[in-house]
Design a protein around this ligand. Structure first.
Ligand code: HEC
Length: 365
């Protein structure tokens, strides 16, 4: 019976993920309003910005040479897409110092109307000519466990503190690099510290993970995206001391996210397939996070979220057994820094821990 329930709930969760993915695909575009906004934005740009940024927007205007800092090349996707659109508007409204940049970029808050600023910021965004550049607007608030579909470029440190008979504390460092508009790669290493109530304590390097993630569908207009990923876990942790799984593990995944009126749903399903199955089980994992974000200032984003984390065994004798946990968390983001703090608690009988406080600190470089 328990096997049956585990498998059913896993299939339901997969169905939910499929619905999110299909939603991404079937959305049809209405670009009319956007076109008008861009035309007006272009006019504003030609009247106010080209003396520094240049007609080609590459930073080649007449005044450029006289400025202490070279005006940004606004056709560079990586540069103009660095900040969320609201922050881009803030730079135009309040000038470069708004995000710690040079005051060579003047403030237009008193010169331009609000709609001028909104439209010119849109126009600047549209100068990124790479049609395969997944926009920062789809970089939704980061959950603690659910993998994101967005191709991030982050440095992250974090940890989890499992409380039960074994008391496993895990710390990790993760470096991700955005290779192009659609793809990012990552490397993660872990340090474990195991402090059982009975038995000897162990600590040291855990297993490491190499990863690649590629967006397969995205719509900035409807604020949705989906990606496929592959993680490769390497047995760098000593399995006899309980610090690793002792096997190479392949982890193909499917991820998706959608933002509907500032309510963000992100989901990731993965298969965990060890090359040698003697030590560890094959598993299917499904994680979903739902949250609502708020801005106290365009630079400060606060997102309460809740995650559901499930792991279903695909190996005998526990085939079909599902471990589920809920994870309420809060994510606070200031410009390029983001801190997440949450507490994971099991909701099924089968469990690895009683409660597990988790945190991470992300820097977007
Ligand atoms: C007096 C010259 C000048 C004018 C006029 C000017 N800019 Fe700038 N702008 C700069 C400089 C210099 C920078 C680079 C600041 C830095 O990197 O510290 C910059 C940076 C920017 C950035 C930040 C790009 C990034 O790095 O993400 C945006 C966006 C921008 N300008 C938009 C505009 C828009 C839109 C207008 C017209 C409404 C405009 N600028 C007018 C000089 C100017």
């Amino acid at each position: 019976m328990r096997q049956y329930c585990g498998l059913t709930s896993f299939l339901c969760l997969c169905a939910a993920l499929t619905v999110v993915c299909l939603g991404v695909v079937v959305y049809a575009a209405d670009r009319h309003g956007l076109q008008e906004q861009l035309l007006h934005g272009r006019e504003v740009f030609e009247q106010n910005c080209i003396m520094c940024h240049g007609v080609d927007a590459k930073g080649t205007g007449q005044l450029a040479a006289a400025l202490p800092v070279r005006p940004a090349d606004l056709t560079n996707c990586k540069l103009t897409d660095e900040d969320p659109v609201l922050v881009g508007q803030g730079i135009i409204r309040h000038g470069g110092p708004y995000t710690g940049r040079s005051s060579g970029m003047p403030a237009f808050g008193t010169v331009l109307s609000n709609s001028d600023i909104v439209d010119v910021a849109r126009y600047v965004r549209s100068l990124c000519a790479d049609p395969e550049w997944v926009s920062r607007e789809l970089d939704f608030p980061h959950p603690l466990i659910t993998s994101k579909a967005f191709p991030e470029q982050h440095m992250t440190v974090g940890g989890g503190f499992g409380r039960n008979g074994t008391n496993v504390n895990e710390y990790f460092g993760l470096l991700e690099y955005r290779v192009n508009g659609l793809t990012n790669i990552g490397i993660k290493s872990r340090v474990l510290s195991i402090n059982p109530n009975i038995g000897t304590a162990e600590s040291g390097l855990g297993d490491s993970v190499l990863s690649v993630n590629r967006v397969v569908a995205f719509s900035p207009l409807y604020r949705a995206l989906a990606s496929v990923g592959l993680d490769l876990a390497l047995p760098t942790g000593n399995d006899r001391r309980g610090l690793g799984d002792g096997s190479v593990v392949f982890e193909p995944s499917l991820r998706a996210g959608v933002d509907w009126k500032r309510v963000v749903v992100q989901a990731a399903g993965a298969l965990v397939l060890p090359a040698q199955t003697s030590n560890i089980n094959s598993e299917a994992t499904f994680n979903v996070a739902i949250g609502r974000y708020f801005f106290l200032d365009p630079r400060l984003q606060i997102t309460p979220m809740i995650e559901l984390n499930t792991t279903t065994s695909l190996s005998e004798p526990s085939y079909g057994e599902t471990k589920s946990a809920i994870l309420p968390l809060i994510r606070v983001k200031w410009l390029r820094w983001a801190l997440g703090v949450g507490v994971q608690a099991p909701i099924t009988d089968a469990r690895d821990f009683e409660v597990r406080p988790l945190f991470d600190l992300i820097y977007d470089y």
